[in-house]
Design a protein around this ligand. Sequence first.
Ligand code: ADP
Ligand code: MG
Length: 269
Amino acid sequence: MPEIPSPEATLTDAATDTPVIQIRNLHKAYGALEVLKGVDISAPRGHVISLIGSSGSGKSTLLRCCNLLEDSQQGEILFKGEPVTWRGEGHHRRPSDPKQVLRIRTNLSMVFQQFNLWAHMTILQNVMEAPLTVLKRERAEVEKAARGYLAKVGIGDKCDAYPAQLSGGQQQRAAIARGLCMEPEALLFDEPTSALDPELEQEVVKVIKALAEEGRTMIIVTHDMKMARDVSDHVVFLHKGMIEEEGPPETLFGAPKSERLQGFLMSTV
Ligand code: ADP
Ligand code: MG
């Protein structure tokens, strides 16, 4: 006989099913240039979403809208079911609650193509900085965690080095450790391997795969179709600010329906 879930169980399940990030009908323009034209995207807890598409299709903008680094003119952004509150309209629309913005930003760690490490700080200091200054956590505890995350990404021996003394792949892994040290609800990656030589790319892909396997919630903008295929639960193909096609990686890469996606995939091999 099938089990009938108790009301409590249903409630709990519904609560845990709330996506970490949800975007509904998002519109974003830079002046007259419409960059996002009604985009919906959702990152359920423990899922990996990959965003693919040609250069200029709006991938970075969409990612930056998720953590409110960019303003948007229309549509909803929800963090763990909590809608961002706005004041003003259209080009004047801004988040109205600075505490909410801070909560969302600190819970969505961003990893950039160019690493963006602070050159004058050691790797350990880089990783410790935001937990100390933004989250005001205790130094000894942060240092322990930071060393742990640096070891986890395979550069535990680089704590006292400066960014310039590291290879690109090592710098990017330091940037990932820095993101992890915020203990965020999700990680957002913007082309994390694009600035790297192919042989260094793989060490970063390996770290991202390990994070996916341990059930981290991630949105990854990438040009690396192999990684997208390997790590994603869901892939979104963006074309000129609209979702042209989306689905599980097997379908999206194995049997793309849209001609634009077919063309895009051909151009990436
Ligand atoms: P992608 O990451 O897919 O390459 P982007 O989100 O960076 O695309 O850019 C989408 C479009 O928005 C492009 O036409 C780009 O030139 C434009 N754009 C991006 N950032 C800005 C900005 N700060 N000001 C004006 N236009 C921008
Ligand atoms: Mg981009």
